[in-house]
Structure formats: structure tokens, C-alpha cells
Design a protein around this ligand. Sequence first.
Ligand code: ATP
Length: 233
Amino acid sequence: MSPESTRPGNEHRAGSTTRRRIGLLGGTFDPIHVGHLALARAAREALRLDELRFVPTGQSWQKHGSEVDAAARLDMVRLAVGSTPGFAVDDREVRRAGPSYTIDTLIELRAELGPEPALVLVLGSDQLRNLATWHRYRELLLHAHIAATRRGTHPLADLDPPVEALLAAHGRDALPDAPSGAIVYFTMPPVPVSGTALRERLARGERPAELLPPAVLDYIERHRLYRAGAASP
Ligand code: ATP
């Protein structure tokens, strides 16, 4: 697999397989923004996912200092997703005590869904670059595929040696007809937005309406989130 290439055009269901493909988009969603939604739509289309589940973290082990608690982040994800066909919200990490490790989520999902469906962990390249810092990261591919797309200034090339080693062993041009075990790339048009930049703008009292779903902006304003000195609802 050449790092910057993706083959959504080549992506197809081998033969007549009917194996379900469930995408999982984890994140702090602090707050959920148009970049997350664009990523979800692009993944669903490029990878032919039957369903894409947003999985907000409860207690993030990677990111600290969010002023907005998990219940409010989950509320905003639910508002953004609404009744969009093919999208769903999975609140298990918010309900689970302790740090939100993706490996625990995958093991739980496998126990619930059985061995048949393909699980596809959807990541921006910033997260792929970080993968070797994830808890029990080598085991993720026992339970799911990983599908990554380039995000902003984070290339999909020149990754840390442990991630390059995973790619050498598991990189494929397209998702195989298997429940787990492959790493693939897909493309999406760049959407230059981050939670960090949004929080800074909101703290300055700006109203970045073009970067947030209307119901999410409304929620943030009603609960006065991300304002300097604001608390969670
Ligand atoms: P923060 O700035 O607070 O770190 P974030 O905007 O990176 O937040 P996360 O909730 O950490 O948002 O991201 C969840 C997932 O969405 C990650 O895989 C991340 O790479 C991806 N993602 C976030 N923003 C974008 C974007 N603008 N384009 C593509 N992928 C994105």
C-alpha cells in the first residue's frame, strides 16, 4: 500500500459477500464539528459501511483539561447525528468507569455482535500516527480493521517504526472480506477544523456557525459551554 494513495474507487465487495461492515468513529468530540461529520460520511461511502457508530470517550486517557463533561459531549454527538440514516451513537465508553480504551470497546462489541461482521476503526492520520501509544494497540487488529485518512498537516507517510511495522504486515489496498485484520487508507476532501481551535474561538466569544451543526451550536450557547469560566450543564 503506498502511503498517500487510497483506493476508494477500487473498494468493492469481493464476490457476493454480505458480511456487514460496521464503522467505529471514536473521539472526545469536544465538541463534535463538521470535520467529524465529513469524516464519517467519507468513511461510510469509501468503505461501503452498512453503519457508522460514533463512540464518544468517557474518560479520555490521552487528552486532559476538557472543561466539558462526558454527558454533555455525548448530548452534542446525539444532536449532531440526529436521525441521519446509517449513523448511530454508541455511549458505552461514557457509561463505562475508568479510562476509555478502544481495545475494551472492541472486545465488548465482538462479544455482542459475534465473529461475523467486519468492524472498521475509522481514524484521522493524527490518530494513526499516535497508534503505538494506544493501550494494547497490537491487539486492535484481532478485532477490527483500521481505516485511516489524511487530516491536515499529519501525513500518512513516515510513521513511527512500530506503526510502519503494523502497516507492513497488515496494509491492504482495500478492505478484504474478513471481520478484522487489515489497515487501509481512504480519501476525503480536507475539512480544516479541530476541537482545539473551536474551543479557543468559543472562549473568545466567537460564533463559528460554519464549523458546527446548528443544534450543537445552539446547545453550546444555551449551556454557555467553552466560555472562559464556564461549567458543564
Ligand atoms: P481536539 O482538537 O480536541 O484534539 P479533534 O478535533 O482532533 O479534537 P477528536 O474528537 O479527537 O477531535 O477526533 C476524533 C477523530 O476524528 C480522530 O480520528 C480525528 O483524527 C478525526 N478528526 C477530527 N477532526 C477531523 C477533521 N477536521 N478532518 C478529518 N478527521 C478529523
